[in-house]
Design a protein around this ligand. Structure first.
Ligand code: 5RP
Length: 214
């Protein structure tokens, strides 16, 4: 089973803070995300900065785009993004327009989607989803469990590469043992640590333990 990638979600309010954390954690990372919060503060400058700082890493533009997919994806692409997110309630034309600009388009799953929607996403060539426990749901007491794994596995059976995110840390990685997760996305577990590199390495160690080294 291929080893899942490790992605850091940078949701700081300022670019210097986000860049400082990413630079420290970089040796343990495969993917650097210009987070939604950061992009709302800085715009595409965050993507441009990460592209320049980390030429060999995958850069994700986490726009959670809901409309104007072609324009938003074009702007993310020109700034240097490899992957971009759209929200699950975006229309199919929005997703198609975005995918024309950025082939590696990820549908970010919150609520309100159906398995019929997921089938339509496959039919237009989308093969990545992000299974997300929102931070507000987690704050309200939601936890990761069997119900989440079942949804993740069903998406994988449909041919999706599934990234997972939302309050993940070194302790929660083992819950996914045996599941071919595409990417683990961790935000605060890395960005909130005194030593972001050590925190990222600890998660990476867990990934290597359960999925083996590449
Ligand atoms: C917020 C996000 C976050 O980037 C994602 O949830 C990861 O953050 P954390 O690990 O801190 O929950 O997409 O909208």
């Amino acid at each position: 089973m291929k080893r899942p990638k490790l992605q850091v979600a940078l949701d700081q309010n300022t670019l210097p803070e986000a860049l400082g954390i990413a630079t420290k954690a970089a040796p343990a990372l495969d993917v650097v995300e210009a987070g939604t919060i950061l992009q709302l503060q800085t715009g595409a400058e965050a993507i441009r900065c990460f592209r320049q700082a980390f030429p060999d890493k995958i850069i994700v533009s986490d726009t959670k785009c809901a409309d104007a997919g072609g324009t938003v994806a074009h702007n993310s692409k020109v700034a240097g993004a490899d992957w971009m997110t759209v929200i699950c309630c975006a229309t199919i034309p929005t997703m198609q327009a975005a995918k024309k600009e950025i082939n590696d388009l990820q549908v970010e799953l919150y609520q309100g989607w159906t398995w019929d929607d997921a089938q339509k996403w496959r039919e237009i060539g989308i093969d990545q989803v992000v299974y997300h426990q929102s931070r507000d749901a987690l704050l309200a007491g939601e936890t990761w469990g069997e119900k989440d794994l079942n949804v993740v596995k069903r998406f994988i059976d449909m041919g999706f590469k599934v990234s997972v995110t939302g309050g993940l840390n070194a302790d929660t990685i083992k819950l996914f043992k045996g599941v071919p997760v595409w990417t683990f996305i961790a935000g605060r577990a890395i960005t909130g640590a005194d030593d972001p590199l050590a925190a990222a390495q600890e998660i990476r160690h867990e990934i290597d333990k359960y999925w083996g080294e590449e």
